[in-house]
Write a protein that binds this ligand. Structure first.
Ligand code: PGA
Length: 231
């Protein structure tokens, strides 16, 4: 049968994911390896700009990101939702409110990911669109560093809901109910349309299409990954 046939396939799957994918991508890879045991996986985890560079330089065949570049010919398959939430330290006075007006963000101390991060790009675009002007207090190079800095009271930040524990209090943070949040984004699986995919990569694309990561179970507040469908 098909499973047995796939079991005989050999190859290397080169895939690159933005840093926020590290919280869930192993689950997809696990299912893929179950049905394709002969294929070895090489996963790179980087920020958005570095993932784009890998695609451009043929260092990866597949990539998972929110905002693919316009200047590369790409095929894309939508994956799961990625709500970007506004977080503050646990016990923050806004945490208990029903809804906080967007403008309250003006002048608030903000933490940002490094330049090149897709989370930062999405956050800046959002702030610009709404004319919001928080005060940038620090730039930090990882989601975990952001989380710990928010918990320590350094400032507020925008972070993928998937980067937080099911109960964000476990991370020492609270999701703040500011109007307009979460910023709704979605991850895409992309590859260059001007390249021929290897068998391993083609099989992965087929696998993702056959087992779509469940977008709706990934809703904000429902936990990290929402990819709970049985394989
Ligand atoms: P990043 O990931 O902030 O690690 O770049 C976000 C994205 O582009 O999905």
């Amino acid at each position: 049968d098909l499973q047995a046939l796939h079991g005989l396939e050999r190859g290397l799957l080169r895939i690159a994911g933005v840093t926020t994918t590290e919280y869930f991508i192993a689950r997809w890879l696990r299912r893929y390896t179950d049905s394709h045991p002969g294929i070895e996986i090489e996963l790179a985890v980087d920020n958005r700009d570095a993932v784009v560079r890998r695609l451009r330089q043929d260092e990866t065949e597949l990539a998972v990101m929110m905002m693919p570049p316009d200047n590369l010919p790409l095929q894309r398959v939508p994956l799961m939702r990625n709500p970007l939430v506004l977080i503050g330290p646990a016990g923050h006075p806004w945490a208990g409110a029903r809804r906080v007006p967007r403008k309250s963000l003006d002048g608030q101390p903000m933490l940002m990911r490094e330049a090149g991060s897709g989370t930062r790009l999405a956050t800046e675009a959002y702030l610009r669109t709404h004319g919001l002007t928080p005060a940038l207090r620090a730039t930090l190079g990882s989601n975990e560093a952001i989380k710990h800095a928010v918990a320590a009271g350094l400032g507020l930040a925008v972070l993928s809901r998937h980067a937080l524990a099911e109960d964000p209090a476990q991370d020492g943070v609270a999701v703040l109910p500011v109007a307009g949040f979460p910023i709704e984004r979605r991850w895409l699986l992309v590859w260059r349309s001007d390249r021929r995919l290897s068998l391993a990569a083609r099989r992965f694309v087929e696998h993702v299409q056959d087992h779509p990561p469940d977008a709706d179970a990934a809703s904000a507040g429902k936990g990290r990954a929402g990819d709970d469908r049985a394989g």
